[in-house]
Design a protein around this ligand. Structure first.
Ligand code: FE2
Length: 365
């Protein structure tokens, strides 16, 4: 057994957002993104301090949680950071062993292994800290056949929106403070047994005005990929600094969700009210030469502002939403991979210029 295989992870189990109004957030993910209602917990299920709605599309499960009174931890988190990701939960076969292994290697505990039971069986969870106030929860659910987790009941409202083709979480990016990227990278390397896939320095990721650095960490089966960004010196304020200013510290910056038909997914989401970054017409003047032969209709790609990049294994198509909450913090990426396993390096400049135009309009560049 390879030394690193002390922490086998089957995939992302769920992502939990702490939000101001879980009921309304759940409706947004249903109507705009096509998530399906799954589970609920709150006053009716005996939970007094918080309300959670769980939605799912493909293998992507989001938990939207709001606090019920001012001194709730959820309410405090939301007041500090705005709506944002609190928990990146990892699906494991053995939560106790996962916790034990990472604790041996220096993890900071948030919750010791805990057994949650109901009529549908039991789930074991354990949590540790990662960057900022974000946590990882190990979820062992092999002895459970309930709808989500013990304590949750099925949520089956009348309203259901059609899915938009989102399939699974491709990667989750974290923004950390200047000078902290390597510390977080070391945490994923030493404590979690991840490997570094790629590193981008400020020469790869810069425009005339702003820059950032990034290292991509992945677990052994590549189902978990966490790029970690830190701001780099530029003439103006980078998007990572803007995030840190408004989130008041490090936190998850974006979740990339995979589709097998990005034109359909993006046009459907756009028609339902999701705002995407715009791509200037000039981007399409030289992109076709850069990417060569592709399967998609180029007119449709351009019409939908979709970005294209090629690496030595294939190509990928991607597009980024604007932030999905009031603060300019967390957003989503929609990605379709056609063989490429990289992250769209050829699009960084166009992407960051698009973000700078948004920053300019917010007065935060
Ligand atoms: Fe990304």
């Amino acid at each position: 057994m390879k030394e690193q295989e002390f922490l086998p992870i089957s995939g992302t189990d769920y992502v939990e957002f702490y939000v101001g109004n879980a009921k309304q957030a759940a409706h947004y993910y249903q109507s705009a993104f096509g998530f399906q209602p799954l589970a609920y917990s709150g006053l009716e299920t005996g939970v007094k301090d918080r309300t959670s709605y769980v939605v799912r599309q493909g293998k992507i499960t989001f938990v939207l949680t709001a606090g019920m009174h001012p001194d709730s931890e959820v309410t405090r988190h939301q007041a500090q950071h705005g709506d944002g990701v609190k928990v990146i939960a990892l699906w494991v076969d053995d939560a106790r062993k996962s916790f034990e292994e990472v604790m041996k290697r220096g993890a900071e505990a948030v919750e010791e292994p805990t057994v949650h039971k109901d009529d549908s069986g039991e789930v074991v969870t354990a949590s540790i800290k990662t960057y900022g106030e974000t946590i990882h929860t190990f979820v062992e659910r092999k002895n459970y056949n309930g709808v989500f987790l013990p304590g949750f009941v099925a949520w089956d409202p009348i309203y259901k929106a059609p899915e938009t083709g989102l399939l699974y979480v491709d990667h989750i990016v974290g923004n950390v403070n200047e000078g902290e990227m390597n510390k977080v990278v070391d945490f994923y390397k030493n404590v979690m047994g991840f490997d570094q896939l790629i590193s981008f320095d400020d020469k790869d990721i810069s425009t005339e005005y702003t820059a950032l650095m990034s290292k991509v960490m992945a677990n052994q089966n590549f189902r978990i990929k966490f790029p970690i960004n830190e701001p780099a010196k530029g003439l103006k304020k980078s998007q990572v600094e803007e995030f840190l200013d408004f989130y008041l510290g490090p936190g998850p910056q974006h979740i990339a969700m995979a589709t097998e038909d990005i034109i359909h997914t993006v046009s459907e989401m756009r028609s339902r009210g999701v705002d995407f970054l715009s791509t200037p017409a000039t981007y399409y003047e030289d992109v076709w030469d850069r990417v060569g032969v592709i399967d998609e209709d180029k007119k449709e790609l351009k019409k939908n502002n979709i970005l294209i990049d090629r690496d030595d294994e294939g190509y990928l198509l991607q597009l980024f939403t604007k932030p999905v909450e009031d603060r300019p913090t967390f957003f989503f990426e929609i990605i379709e991979r056609k063989g490429a396993r990289s992250f769209g390096k050829g699009n960084f400049k166009a992407l960051f210029e698009a973000i700078e135009r948004e920053q300019e309009s917010r007065g935060t560049l």
